[in-house]
Design a protein around this ligand. Sequence first.
Ligand code: ADP
Ligand code: ADP
Length: 232
Amino acid sequence: MENVCKFYGEFQALKDISLVIPPGKVTCLIGPSGSGKSTLLRCINFLEEYDRGGIWIDDRLIGYESVGGRRMGGRALREMRRDIGMVFQQFNLWPHMTALQNVAEGLERVKGIPRARAHEIAAEALAKVGLGDKTGNHPSRLSGGQQQRVAIARAVAMQPRIMLFDEPTSALDPELVGEVLGVMKQLAAEGMTMVVVTHEMGFAAHVADRVVFMERGELVAQGSPAEIFQNP
Ligand code: ADP
Ligand code: ADP
């Protein structure tokens, strides 16, 4: 990202953010509530429009065309979003579908994968997050941690290039946080490119390759966990 600015009316939520997200690494965004972390994350997949600057994935601009100020078309946006998996604080699972159907749905609808094959891929993804025996459960029959692991499986099954996590453990009871962080740690070990907004300082300190600290819409520090967490 280069010099990204974002306004909500008069209020500037992002101030000239320039940042390189290294591929195959975990970048944690930390900072006080209201500092712009979630806004920044949402700009990456264009859930939020930014007002100035640019965001690129490889050499593809996310947002406005660099020449002529033309808006990215709906089709280009959909194609780009296919490459970006997102996991939110709320799990956003379909209540009327089983875990397997929740994961398979996007594969069928977005990727056009035939149902039988989509179910195979979904079953593999659920096994990977430790839910191989819960594929037939509806969300109401899963714990919060299990629901969030289904949400992660759903995103990962699409084989995204990048995974964005927006406070994925904040809605969980403390005893369920570890199982979700564990799955994220496993993804990191597999070389997934991840950007994680989190208040879990232990995760940022031990799992992140890079830590980015934000305050009042500004990027105030970035570096390795050792650099960020050592007190000056
Ligand atoms: P963080 O994720 O660090 O808690 P956010 O990105 O959610 O911060 O919010 C950054 C700032 O922008 C906050 O002051 C918040 O109140 C404001 N903000 C976020 N979303 C909106 C919105 N849709 N409209 C107006 N202000 C918003
Ligand atoms: P803190 O409580 O200071 O956040 P912990 O010592 O509890 O840190 O954990 C350090 C870090 O180790 C966690 O934040 C996370 O990165 C990792 N971790 C903790 N529990 C688990 C787990 N069950 N599976 C995988 N990683 C974990």
